[in-house]
Design a protein around this ligand. Structure first.
Ligand code: PFF
Length: 442
């Protein structure tokens, strides 16, 4: 068994950047925009914000509390507070890490390819055909492997030397790029149609269950909740950290970047008259419509598009390292493996699991649906029950490092009642529909 002292973040800022790096990723730019388009614009956005606040934030604080309290990776942290019978839930978290990173890295590979070829050669006007080539087969597989290699490299360098250092450099750059792009988009003629689409709310959409399912899945995916990623990162915090403050910073940064990304994507698409492409949005929409827009912008498009995809690569990388860290930390704690060995062996295994997603975007879409609708929402449900009902004194644990905020009982009650009820309701609908998606592959 490893007897080395547990790794720690070197500063509070470093932890926050790493956690924000986990949250902000393809979810904020790729998934958020395509789901917003698919689910009718602003109604979806409002719902997503509400769910993040009422359901996501309490679960985020629950994960941070478990991780910092136990100072252990997910499987052992659950056993620490709940006994061995809770270990299987930790195993499900690790399985989710394998599953999500396997296809996340394929999409990240597309973004690397687009960033490189966009900057070097310019964007291809025949974006749909280009996407077909980039997104599947050996091309997709090669970039997926390269991206996994980068992720493994960083995780192998440890918590403060690899993950924290990477996030501290890359996250401010990502913020700067996304904000600059939003300003640029606002100067385009015709951007107004995009804002209208994005920001005008059609409340009738809220009667559709699919919209609720998508918004709940997105809230969890975007905040990296329901599979122990935030728990794992919090396990490297010292016991005096102020967890409520950290949760709020993470959630605000995550929602903020998603929202600003929308202010980039929709005005650009409308300014270039590509809005009809957005209606029938799918996994690939962003990778077809936006390059088309960048190609039409000419020389400027090369710079603007290049920066956009660089931001996506950065976001994807800092999220992927948190996904791999869940799996790696479990092997270090549970099997006594060295960090380097765990990163290489488990990262390589994940690369192999990603092969079907690299060959077929329908498989990729189905894996994404299973991961979000079942694993993350189910994981969030179980975490709420665990911290709400099972754990002895979660309020006391949070109160370490703060002055014991008055709303702690409200938080506990949200975890006991509102969060499981809401997630139970969504899962009730999500399980059969996800099953149909998977069955339709065969
Ligand atoms: N939050 C990441 C994103 O929005 O792209 C994805 C993610 C990372 C999900 C880590 C889950 C996770 F544990």
């Amino acid at each position: 068994m490893a007897s080395l002292p547990r790794e720690q973040w070197s500063s509070r800022y470093g932890f926050v950047m790493a956690a924000v790096g986990s949250a902000v990723g393809l979810g904020n730019m790729w998934r958020f925009s395509y789901l917003t388009a698919e689910n009718g614009g602003a109604a979806f956005v409002v719902l997503y914000l509400a769910i993040t606040l009422v359901v996501g934030l309490p679960v985020l604080l629950a994960e941070l509390t478990l991780g910092r309290g136990a100072q252990k990776s997910p499987i052992r942290a659950l056993a620490h507070f709940g006994g061995n019978r809770w270990k299987p839930l930790g195993l499900v978290f690790v399985a989710a890490g394998f599953l999500i990173l396997s296809y996340y890295s394929v999409i990240a590979g597309w973004t690397v390819r687009y960033a490189l070829s966009g900057i070097v050669f310019g964007f291809d006007g025949d974006a749909a055909a280009n996407f077909g080539e980039v997104a599947t087969g050996w091309d997709a597989f090669g970039f997926h492997l390269a991206f996994m290699a980068g992720t493994i490299y960083i995780v192998a360098h440890g918590v403060s030397g690899g993950i924290e250092r990477t996030a501290m450099i890359l996250m401010p750059a990502l913020f700067a790029i996304v904000i600059a792009l939003a300003f640029y988009a606002s100067t385009l003629e015709g951007a107004g149609g995009g804002y209208a689409y994005y920001l005008e709310t059609d409340f009738t959409k809220l009667s559709e269950l699919d919209v609720w399912k998508a918004a709940a899945g997105q809230a969890f995916f975007s905040l990296s909740l329901g599979m122990g990623a935030m728990l794992t990162f919090a396990s490297y915090l010292d016991r005096n950290s102020n967890l409520p403050a950290e949760s709020i910073v993470i959630a605000v940064a995550d929602v903020g970047i998603a929202f600003i990304a929308g202010l980039v994507v929709f005005p650009m698409i409308y300014a270039l008259n590509l809005s009809s492409d957005v209606g029938e949005s799918t996994v690939g929409a962003l990778f077809i419509t936006l390059p088309k827009a960048f190609a039409e912008m000419g020389g400027v498009g090369r710079g603007v598009g290049g920066l956009f995809f660089v931001a996506l690569v950065v976001g994807a990388l800092t999220s992927a390292i948190s996904l791999l860290e869940v799996v790696v930390s479990a092997a270090i704690d549970g099997l006594g493996w060295s960090r380097r060995f765990a990163a290489v062996v488990l990262g390589a295994t994940i690369a192999v699991i990603g092969i079907p997603s690299a060959w077929n975007t329908n498989i990729l879409g189905a894996v994404d649906e299973v991961a979000n609708n079942i694993f993350l929402l189910g994981g969030g449900f179980a975490l709420a029950i665990f911290v709400g009902w099972w754990m002895a004194d979660p309020e006391g644990e949070v109160a370490q490092g703060t002055s014991g905020p008055f709303w702690l009982p409200i938080w506990r009650n949200l975890l006991r009642f509102a969060v499981p009820l809401f997630l139970g309701f969504v899962l009730y609908f999500a399980i059969p529909s996800t099953w149909r998606t998977v069955a339709s592959l065969f």
